[in-house]
Design a protein. Sequence first.
Length: 219
Amino acid sequence: MRRDVLMVAVLCAALLVPAANASAQTGSSPCTNGNKTALVNAQKILGSIPAYVQAESLLAKEVDGYDAEIAKQKNSLDSAGNAYSDASTMLTASQKTAAMRKLQDQNDALQKHIADLKTKVNQRQAELLQPIQTRVQEVLDGMRAALNCSIIFDVSPGAGAGIASADKSLDLTDRVIDLLKSSDPAAKPPIKPPAPGIKPPGGGGGGGELPAATTPAAP
């Protein structure tokens, strides 16, 4: 299945690149007359790629199966907890301790299973969706450069007008970090030790060494 999805993704990418180049060469650029920004609906773009829709549907089915596993295991834990509550007044202290330990082990197993499934979902998402997303990003970056745009904003519903592609030369992050470091006292070199012959504050010995620890006399 993954092989088929990626093959379709390659075909879709092959169709997208000439279309992007043709648009950049013959279509009018929105980044003219001083305007350096453009807009895209990334959600619509991905939804137009059959391979992406197929991969997203496959991933959703797998997640539904994982949710069913977790729900079944959680119901079992809840039933065990209810059974303990009903019988707790009839149990001895040692029996209560053993029952609580068993419930804790069951809960630990549930939490581990949830964590394992989350990892598996992330891996499957990287396998199925990321190759297509990466190819679309390459097309966006290429079109931005061809149309001489500085930034392309993603106006997909719920995206909050995020940035789909941007000219890296506009990124001031490293310059801000350098400025902060230069103005941060904690980032400056430490004060040099006093010159030989000068005692440090507090009347200590020369060179700033601490006096050796003394053993208190026995009473």
